[in-house]
Ligand binder design. Sequence first.
Ligand SMILES: Cc1ncc(COP(=O)(O)O)c(C=O)c1O
Ligand SMILES: [Zn+2]
Length: 420
Amino acid sequence: MSPFSTLDHLECPRCGATHDAAVLQGLCPACASPLLARYDLSAVRATPAEVGTRPPDLWRYHELLPVSGPEHVVSLGEGMTPLLPAPRLGAELSIPRLLVKDDGLLPTGSFKARGAAVGVSRARELGATSLAMPTNGNAGAAWAAYAARAGLRMAVVMPVSAPTVARAEVVVAGGELTLVDGLISDAGRLVGAAIAAAGDGWFDAGTLKEPYRIEGKKTMGLEIAEQLGWRMPDVIIYPTGGGVGLIGIHKALSELVELGWVTGPLPRLVAVQSTGCAPIVQAFDAGARESLFWEDARTAAFGITVPKALGDFLVLDALYTTGGTAIAVEDADLLTDVALAARLEGMFLCPEGAATVTAARRLRASGWIAADDEVVLLNTGTGVLYPDAVPVDAAVLGRDSPYALEPISRPLSELNSLND
Ligand SMILES: Cc1ncc(COP(=O)(O)O)c(C=O)c1O
Ligand SMILES: [Zn+2]
């Protein structure tokens, strides 16, 4: 039998130093880079077939996750979200083999549940009792829920302009919420300074400030491979803020190749940003290894308003080494695509997720995506979290007003085939 986890050590991707994974770790003490978890993959005894018989949550990949035993798992049933064919949207975009990985179905409404489940589980296992983090909203919502489930304290700082639903999600779970009149970068400075001033006890759970959130996010890549029958798609398109998901998918698929569970080239990874905040795109276009701070960042896709990501060099590396690309899309276009995906497929994507639709259209039009490419879009949250993104114009009737439906001029079957 393999051990529950094959976690071996932590490695610094910048200076190469290795660190003990058995104690709480933040950034690399030598160079302040994020640390990455490394596994002894030779100790994995499970086979893809055996994994396929396990319960449908992300813990089915426990050998490739950092939590040392089932007794340390904090779960709300996260993972194994559907990978849905999107034939009508695909026809519209001229990408017949279009798939949507819908993480809007996760606890708290976004893919942040993956990182929170694994991050909170591991932090508690290693003795943390009080966590603090800056967030654009969804991560704070998820971490507050999992901290409540784990019996930990959770302090969250988010921009006042973040979607207001996230405030309620934090507060209802007993999180200690503070709003800042600024961006996530300002929230990060406040959290860092407050932790330093408070002395021992608080643990910084900010994006890539600890090594295990990324391990949770990596399960998106593991699930995509399993759901395709242990195979990889040609292209994966990801709405990129801090870039944790993109780094995680790249790490997951590299680990699966090393295990021999999948073969062939990695998918070309695509980072999508908004033209209102596109530091990764700017760096990619310049062929740079790191990004520059993006001044005056703003976009309707709030989750990807990250002016400078701590792991930018890892995101760019994932793009360069897979032959991927980075693309910025307009807010007006991604908001139109929220409506398009819902109308054609019944999928109410979050604005960040809809940005991948806009990006796919543009990349297909330029020929970067070929007609027969199998393309996975990542919808990172449910549109239900962003009710203000959709203008609603509905008549309000008095209780006794007449209500009439238009006479049907054609049978529904005919209407459907017209839309196809
Ligand atoms: C809905 C949504 N999509 C995408 C992102 C960006 O995530 P990442 O840090 O993995 O780039 C966020 C982050 O807040 C988010 O809330
Ligand atoms: Zn280092």
